[in-house]
Write a protein that binds this ligand. Structure first.
Ligand code: MD3
Ligand code: FE
Length: 205
């Protein structure tokens, strides 16, 4: 199936079957063994986010008191981010429509009570390249707004194995995660269950 929303938003429900999700998960768990999850904090007030993060690829998104930016190294270990799992490069080639490979894969780990407030992804210089997202684990209520913070929004449920492609104007739309539905997937092992892992693939420059 394929759900095409407004302005370049595409949802591919169940893109990855259970076996493919398990293999992606193995790559993610291996990656966060080498590049441990850390809890970013917001530049303005230093408040910690309710999610934990890490990255794959030549560049990774980081947040701390100094601001939001892309860096080639892990903020805690100082080591380069692990390379991108081949399955994610293949996904990007298959669905992004972009001829260059992704430069960053942000790994976001949600606990049962984590949320992600309404925001715009604006730290990439490559504003025209799409973002490709993969959901693993418990379902989430995702909110997609429009170009303005007060644009009308709609919510949709993202399930394990779903892929979202944000192309065109939707790339610059406000969006967030309202809530996790704990215990709606059996994919993730402890300590990630109940919870959710989201992967976002991006061009940065
Ligand atoms: C719509 N992640 O990593 S994924 C993010 O579920 C982020 O973890 C959410 O927002 C999550 O920045 C949503 C789908 C997604 C990703 C990027 C977008 C939707 C988007 C960029 C623009 C508009
Ligand atoms: Fe985002």
């Amino acid at each position: 199936g394929r759900v095409t929303g407004p302005d370049g938003f595409v949802l591919l429900p169940g893109y990855f079957d259970r076996a493919a999700q398990e293999s992606l998960l193995a790559g993610v768990l291996g990656g966060i063994g080498a590049a441990p999850l850390y809890r970013p904090s917001m530049p303005r007030n230093g408040q910690p986010l309710s999610v934990q993060m890490s990255n794959f690829g030549p560049l990774g998104w980081v947040a701390d008191q100094a601001g939001y930016r892309y860096e080639p190294e892990h903020p805690v270990t100082g080591a380069p981010w692990p390379s991108m799992p081949p399955a994610l490069l293949e996904l990007w080639a298959a669905v992004s429509g972009w001829h260059q490979p992704p430069q960053a894969c942000l790994i976001t780990v949600y606990g049962p009570d984590s949320r992600l407030g309404l925001h715009v992804d604006a730290d990439e210089d490559a504003r025209d390249a799409p973002v490709v997202s993969v959901s693993l684990g418990d379902r989430a209520r995702f909110r997609l707004g429009g170009p303005l913070r007060n644009s009308p929004s709609r919510s949709l449920v993202l399930s394990s194995g779903d892929v979202v492609v944000l192309g065109g104007a939707s790339r610059r739309f406000f969006h967030g995660v309202d809530r996790i539905y704990p215990g709606t997937s059996t994919l993730l092992p402890a300590p990630f269950h109940p919870g959710r892992i989201n992967l976002t693939l991006r061009r940065v420059r």
